[in-house]
Design a protein around this ligand. Structure first.
Ligand SMILES: Cc1cc2nc3c(=O)[nH]c(=O)nc-3n(C[C@H](O)[C@H](O)[C@H](O)COP(=O)(O)OP(=O)(O)OC[C@H]3O[C@@H](n4cnc5c(N)ncnc54)[C@H](O)[C@@H]3O)c2cc1C
Length: 459
């Protein structure tokens, strides 16, 4: 029997455990420092509101999320995002402007809605229209999201779309965020079609997959944690903070809570900084590389209101709004949660959540919870006119919770994994710090690590 220890019980660690459970010849256990499983997935049910502290959904384009739900028998519990309300607003010169219809990611594919939109200046519209004339980059060097969009579509597109919509997903600075580690398909499309506008028009002609872009669970993402953990609980130990890993001739020794656990292989599913600390004694070089993966801190403030909302000068009929850095606001974005998914708020109520922090907003996170709620409400009033008093509020903090994929991240990962395989074979990394922050990526990385343990990995 191979003894496997999984350190970290977030989505990646749980997916690894789920995979180990299905393999023969493995005796596994999972250790997590906290008093619950799920890591950044937290769902609270408060007075009929379904409140997400971390992720509220997952993208369907990457199959690992839907596939896991199907394996767990959760198909009937999956809910699609509300396709009738897929509008997104962008704050532009203090006004909430709708992202014009026909925009696919950053690229306009329909002329009239784009030309009519007040979101871009005429100068920017002309510049974006010239995109097909910009020669494609032929080499495979990484570049930042901002550099890429500026090069292809101009500076205004980079500021208004690239920053809040693309880098926003990563709570990242678009000037530092790697294109190849986040949206590599853009480089592929640029090289294949010579132009993003041509590529998007070509893709728009393909029959739609019929699948909604995002899915969630009826009872919130915590339902996925509950379903995956149920059969695993016997082998999960909570409240176990791992302090170090040592290596002898024959095994790894995991030091935690004044005891030692022996293991033949380890799946390290903690965030990179904690992984670095644990690897220090056995592979200092990999630990140094891991420390180079920067993180930023964020908080989410969820607010529940009775309808109708008072004072708003823009109806709540979309997924919410995002804010470019140039607008100099104290919040990053606001999701209209009860519009995005059904069942998030009781009858005649609305739920929304405000994102605070990231590179340009970490200074606001010093405030206590009441201070953050006040800040969120003041910003919603100033941006959107909202004067209603919330009936429910919840604050969730994610210190160093958002890994940053800086330009060169893919190369760093390559070196890191090579060095780890050479110096500490038997240790496998999994989780959001490495090759994708979204839940499907975390699931795939956890399952991939478990498959490497048994030598069944397909790639
Ligand atoms: C506010 C927010 C919103 C998000 N929204 C979305 C979304 O809508 N869709 C999406 O796909 N993704 C979203 N994400 C990203 C996604 O939630 C995360 O990338 C993912 O949950 C990370 O999972 P993980 O298993 O890698 O790490 P984590 O969830 O961080 O789990 C790591 C675990 O390791 C444990 N641990 C750490 N150190 C030790 C130690 N020394 N010993 C023992 N245990 C240890 C921790 O207790 C924790 O449980 C969001 C993230 C945040 C913060």
């Amino acid at each position: 029997m191979k003894r496997v220890v999984i350190i970290g019980g977030g989505m990646a660690g749980l997916a690894a455990a789920h995979e180990c459970q299905q393999q023969e010849g493995i005796e596994w256990q999972l250790l997590d420092a906290s008093d619950r499983l799920g890591g950044k997935i937290v769902t609270d049910h408060v007075d009929g509101f379904v409140i997400e502290g971390g992720p509220d959904s997952f993208i369907t384009q990457k199959p690992a999320g839907v596939a896991l739900c199907e394996e767990l028998g959760l198909e009937s519990e999956l809910i699609p995002c509300n396709s009738a309300a897929q509008k997104v607003f962008i704050l532009s010169n203090g006004q909430l402007c709708e992202l014009p219809e026909g925009f696919r990611l950053t690229v306009p594919t329909r002329l009239m809605p784009f030309l009519r939109s007040p979101l871009f200046s005429w100068r920017a519209k002309v510049r974006m229209g010239l995109e097909p004339l910009v020669p494609p980059k032929r080499d495979n060097e990484d570049e930042s999201i901002s550099a890429f969009i500026t090069r292809r579509l101009g500076k205004e597109a980079a500021d208004k779309i690239g920053g809040p919509l693309m880098a926003g997903i990563y709570v990242a600075d678009p000037e530092r965020l790697s294109l190849l580690s986040t949206f590599p398909m853009f480089r592929t499309l640029e090289q294949k079609y010579g132009s993003l506008i041509h590529a998007m028009r070509h893709m728009a002609k393909r029959p739609a997959s019929g699948q909604p872009m995002f899915m969630s669970m009826k009872q919130g993402m915590g339902q996925l944690v509950q379903a995956i953990s149920q059969p695993l609980l016997k082998s999960c130990q909570l409240g176990v903070h791992v302090d170090a890993i040592e290596q002898s001739e024959t095994e790894f020794r995991i030091l935690c809570n004044n005891r030692e656990i022996g293991a033949d292989e380890i799946i390290l599913a903690t965030p990179p900084a904690q992984a670095a600390q644990l690897l220090e004694k056995i592979d200092a070089a990999s630990a140094t590389e891991l420390r180079q993966i920067r993180t930023v801190s964020t908080a989410t403030v969820s607010l529940g209101f009775a309808l109708p909302l008072e004072g708003i000068h823009q109806p709540m009929d979309g997924f919410g709004f995002v804010i470019p850095a140039s607008e100099n606001r104290r919040i990053l974005a606001c999701t209209w949660s009860s519009m995005k998914f059904p069942g998030r708020a009781p009858q005649d109520h609305a739920l929304m959540r405000v994102f605070i922090g990231g590179e340009r907003g970490e200074q606001w996170l010093d405030r206590d919870d009441e201070g953050l709620v006040k800040l969120a409400l003041a910003e919603l009033e100033s941006i959107w006119g909202l004067t209603s008093v919330p009936v429910v509020s919840r604050v969730y903090r994610w210190p160093n919770g958002n890994p940053q994929y800086d330009v060169g991240h893919a190369q760093r990962m390559h070196q890191l994994l090579e060095s780890l395989a050479a110096r500490a074979p038997g240790i496998h990394l999994a989780g959001s710090g490495y090759r994708g922050i979204g839940l499907p990526d975390c699931i795939a990385s956890g399952r991939g690590a478990a498959q490497r343990v048994v030598g069944n990995e397909l790639t």
